[in-house]
Ligand binder design. Sequence first.
Ligand code: AMP
Ligand code: MG
Length: 433
Amino acid sequence: MTQQGHSHRHYDESMLSVEEALERILSFISVLEPEEKPLLDAIGQVLAEDAVSQYDIPPLDNSAMDGYAIQADSAKGASEETPATLRVIGSVAAGALPKDTVTPGTAVRIMTGAPIPEGADAVVPFEDTDEIERRNSGDRLSEIGIQFEVQKGADIRPAGEDVRKGQLVLEKGVVLRPSEIGVLASLGYREVKVVRRPVIAILATGDELLEPGDEYGAGKIYNSNNYSVASSVLRYGGVPNLLGIARDNLDSMNAKLREGLAADMLITSAGVSKGDYDMVKDVLAQHGKIDFWSVRMRPAKPLAFGVLNAPDGRQVPHLGLPGNPVSAMVAFEQFGRAAIHKMMGKNNLNKPTIKAVLDDPIYNNDGRRVFARAIITKENGTYHARLTGHQSSNLLTSMARANGLAICPEDLPMKDVGEVVDVQMLDWPEDVF
Ligand code: AMP
Ligand code: MG
């Protein structure tokens, strides 16, 4: 412990800031290789190729309305009382190519999306003609009355208005949302090259753990970490591979770790707090290199990170989360999520963060960054944060009540009621900016 000149509190200088820990972790994480996927299956993944259009979209000048393609000059002086009567020489539907040429005094009946016939320079929607009256009186529509003047180019959508042939439409690195999936479909893509999703092996450790479904035993607890972590992995785009539970002995740990080497990353929980970790350290030393860190945060101060050597020569990053269920989830949000997003090729690794007014104080008694479980509501356009109650890191139901993590910075002794704090929104998967 070192006395800090600028602070009346104490903290261990060997502690890493959240940012330092994250930076070290990310320096061992690389973007995964691309894969070809059916378009629909690629939602949420990152485009691994530039998408260049082979075509103009729309391919031809076409009609924005159902109506009549004419020469604007043919409707000069037209009004409802004195419509311009034009001879209808044909019709054209969407997907067809027009055969007729529009000349002064003629019109071609046209549907939305149909190409503009040669000679025409405007479209008059049905509503601006006397078509209904003519129909009602049994007219075969060999002629049509245009009831308004029209500007050249009216209701014509130009070829290439959306996309030009040869244009770079979506750049490599873009995250595919429904609109990008639609754009790729409009370019004719059936499959698309995207960065593949990381497989994350997930391992719990502890002699006290039962699997959900096992018969309840005195003194035992159900393994919740594997399930909260695996569902977080799913939510953020990874593919979880649950390895179950390693017992607190060398053989069990060794066997499970070997299984984990097939993944892109291994996430374990527990066994990183003082007194516990010597065994884990010994085991991991046989497979690679591991560091135990103290991170300047609450909860989730103890954290392990290392690199394991897979038999195929790959280096598999290993993130060791603390065992307490809230600590495991909060540490996953800070470090695991960013690692997954980096592997997926995403550029924005930040957790979505808003400003909120505190309705409860957050205390910080030992100079760590406090992530307080909070319930965020919007009142009269302002976000408010109240805490879920007791902030002990074993209370998993308090995490279930929270929709945000309200932050008290490490260098402040408290954030009081009425003060504005940053809040990481737990249910907002992407930062909007
Ligand atoms: P440890 O780091 O092994 O000392 O564990 C810290 C605390 O977290 C202990 O109370 C453990 O029982 C608890 N814990 C560890 N692993 C899990 C798990 N997978 N699910 C729920 N609680 C756990
Ligand atoms: Mg344990």
